[in-house]
Design a protein around this ligand. Structure first.
Ligand SMILES: Nc1ncnc2c1ncn2[C@@H]1O[C@H](COP(=O)(O)OP(=O)(O)OP(=O)(O)O)[C@@H](O)[C@H]1O
Length: 700
């Protein structure tokens, strides 16, 4: 049987027909264009047509402006760091210099050391060889050693010279390598573009150096993406939803509707976003879940700040990258201010965004509270020092703690109590009610109004503001008997209520803000509140108002280290915010008060001292004032003859009988005393003071 075969190279028509439709070589024919896809979503072209409209261009321009401003702010922020361009250029120049110097210096130093050592050995060998009286064999040996040392020294010296020469050559080469391109660029710039070309070329050189120095010595590169929160993430929409879900503010299927994107604040200190909560979830729920939210972001509660927007479902969230207010406080403006005007709003401090918080105190009163050392007195100083620098303002100051906080104000205060004495506070309140309020009411009537205003003050110098500070009311309450306490409360309430429109600003400060220490009736009419760190949410609510702690404004959250920081509520209806008061240390307070004293001296508004008031009363008052002047410091009694003599010198004709009638003495005080060896009739200082108080109500 034979099998018919065909050679493999022979054409096979049947096979050719089968593979005719398949090509295994690249197709040279151009592919037919595919038909355009149907625009199912209706979103082509990619750049919507509206962007090319007038308003579209306007929007683009606005966006461009925003981006430019942001870019500039970022650049400015960067300049203060080691990534600033000046720092980069400096680093670049330093690196180039180091490179040009090279490392050959080590070799040269080594060779130099070797040469010195060899030379020293040669000198020693030479010295040994120079000795006389030694056997010839030893002398020969020493001579050989000396020759060898000379050779070694010569060799080491040559080596040192060569190392030095090599180093210089390499340094010159590197310097040429570094300088030639710079010189070439500069010359090209000058040649092509003249002066401007030279400047551009210098700019290029600096850019080159900045590029070389862009890494810090620790190898870090600049990135504005380092604004991370918590575990090191940037705030994103996904993160936000996760955090609010985990904190159980929204359900697991709910999503927050972002009104703005998550962005860094202009100062680069926090992330911020505005969003709407899903339908049916009140802002209160989010505001009350600060701990959970802080936990979700991995930051401390103090770093999370939420405020309600203008709608019940809108939240403004700010997450600070660092603990806010942990840096040094900024310098208050009063140190530089020549004078102040209390009719205008005054600066109290700065808020979280670093913006200044200003408040108008006209027709307002305030309550500052917080645990001891939280910064109440410093905060009160923001108002008191501004008031002091307005020479028209009368100041009434009382400190129940009997501390030293208001002592520096004594020379300019109309009345003050720094002893925590309830009787003295009562005297101040009585004076304000009987004199200040009465005079002011009459003045307002004269101007045909029920209020005293700045416009009236401009035309009538008698119209002015007055500040009443009652620090630590509770201490006065505790030290007073029931009748005095009730009277103090009654008067304070009347002064706050009626003095408001008549230009009297009342400020109460307390360490323990509860209803025992600040009577509710008074607390409710004090409209500006500042809650410094408190020990309980209840104490915080006592200052700010019921329900604020639950709504996320809890002064207990303020850290002990954040002194002078408090939740500030500037009048009715205002959203509370965290504010750090301006701080003036004791020396700064003294400087400001010295200026305040001078201003008042020039304006003639320094308060009358007790002796001035006594002199102004009547002739007897004038005699008593001069009599008090006779008692030098430390003198407790004066002989009657000396008193009569002193009064005659002061221009008063006073007989012994008239003096006895002016200054009544007890039987004990009338008893004669031994003075300079003789028994004489005397007038004790206490008797004179008593007479002044009984007759004129003045404590001298
Ligand atoms: N705004 C502030 N910035 C920085 N430090 C401050 C600020 N306010 C207060 N301090 C610091 O806190 C300390 C205590 O402040 P301050 O005396 O005002 O507290 P206080 O609440 O009035 O205390 P007390 O109730 O005992 O009188 C100050 O000595 C100061 O060091």
């Amino acid at each position: 049987m034979s099998i018919e075969t065909t050679p493999s190279s022979a054409p096979d028509p049947e096979w050719e027909r089968l593979v005719a439709g398949y090509q295994n070589s690249p197709d040279k024919t151009p592919a037919a264009p595919l038909p355009a896809a149907v625009d199912l979503m209706g979103d082509t072209p990619l750049t919507p047509a509206w962007t090319k409209t007038r308003s579209g261009w306007k929007n683009r321009a606005a966006l461009g402006r925003i981006n430019t401003t942001r870019g500039f702010r970022k650049w400015l922020r960067r300049q203060g760091t080691e990534h600033g361009h000046a720092a980069q250029i400096y680093r670049g120049a330093a690196r180039v210099t180091v490179w040009v110097r090279g490392v050959e210096g080590v070799e040269v130093a080594k060779a130099k050391h070797e040469a010195r050592r060899a030379h020293k050995e040669y000198r020693q060998a030479q010295w040994a060889n120079g000795k006389r009286l030694m056997p010839g064999s030893v002398k020969d040996k020493l001579a050989r050693e000396m020759d060898k040392a000379a050779e070694d020294s010569e060799r080491a010296m040559n080596k040192y010279r060569k190392a030095r020469k090599d180093a210089r050559t390499l340094q010159s080469l590197r310097a040429a390598a570094a300088i030639t391109p710079l010189a070439a660029i500069e010359s090209a710039g000058l040649y092509v573009g003249g002066g401007p070309g030279g400047i551009i070329a210098a700019g290029l050189t600096l850019t080159g150096l900045a590029l070389i120095g862009r890494r810090t010595t620790t190898g870090e590169l600049w990135s504005d993406r380092d604004a991370k929160i918590g575990d090191g993430d940037r705030m994103t929409e996904t993160m936000l939803n996760r955090v609010y879900r985990d904190a159980k503010v929204i359900g697991s299927d709910d999503v927050l509707k972002l009104t703005t994107p998550c962005t860094l604040t202009a100062d680069g200190k926090a992330w911020q976003v505005v969003f709407q909560l899903p339908s049916g979830i009140p802002a209160k729920k989010a505001l009350g879940s600060r701990e959970g939210i802080a936990n979700g972001f991995g930051v401390s509660v103090q770093q999370v700040h939420q405020t309600r927007g203008d709608r019940e479902d809108t939240i403004h969230l700010r997450v600070s990258l660092k603990l806010p207010f942990s840096s040094k406080p900024t310098r208050g403006p009063l140190l530089e201010a020549e004078r102040a005007n209390l009719w205008k709003p005054i600066r109290m401090g700065v808020n979280l965004r670093g913006e200044e918080v200003v408040t108008s105190w006209v027709e307002r009163s305030g309550l500052f509270g917080g645990e001891p050392g939280s910064g109440k007195s410093a905060a009160a100083n923001d108002l008191l020092l501004a008031a002091a620098l307005d020479p028209t303002v009368r100041m009434y100051l009382a400190d129940g703690k009997a501390g030293a906080d208001i002592t520096p104000f004594e020379p300019i205060a109309t009345m003050y109590d720094t002893d925590g004495d309830p009787e003295k506070l009562l005297e101040i309140l009585q004076h304000m009610w009987d004199v200040e309020i009465k005079e002011r009411r009459a003045l307002a009537k004269e101007h045909g109004s029920r209020k005293l205003t700045e416009a009236m003050a401009v035309v009538d110098p008698r119209v002015c503001l007055a500040v009443l500070l009652v620090d630590e009311w509770s201490s006065y309450g505790a030290a007073a008997d029931q009748r005095t306490r009730q009277e103090m409360e009654r008067l304070l309430r009347l002064i706050v209520q009626q003095g408001r429109a008549l230009g009297i600003i009342t400020l109460a400060a307390t360490q323990k803000p509860d209803s025992d220490s600040v009577p509710t009736g008074i607390r409710d009419i004090l409209s500006i509140r500042w809650a410094m760190r408190c020990l309980t949410p209840q104490a915080s609510d006592t200052i700010l108002g019921q329900g604020y702690a639950a709504a996320g404004h809890n002064a207990q959250d303020i850290l002990k280290s954040q002194r002078g920081v408090g939740i500030y509520m500037d009048g009715e209806g205002a959203e509370p915010e965290l504010v750090r008061g301006d701080y003036y240390d004791d020396e700064e307070v003294a400087v400001i008060l010295e200026r305040a004293y001078r201003l008042r001296q020039e304006a003639g508004t320094l308060p009358l001292g007790p002796l001035d008031r006594l002199r102004a009363a009547d002739t007897d008052g004038s005699i008593l004032a001069d009599l008090l002047d006779l008692y030098d410091a430390g003198v407790e009694m004066l002989p009657a003859s000396r008193v009569l003599e002193g009064l005659a010198e002061a221009g008063h004709t006073v007989t012994a009988d008239r003096l006895a009638a002016l200054v009544p003495r007890t039987d004990d005080e009338k008893r004669r005393q031994d003075i300079d060896g003789s028994r004489v009739s005397v007038y004790p200082l206490t008797a004179v003071r008593r007479a002044v108080l009984d007759r004129y109500g003045i404590t001298a």
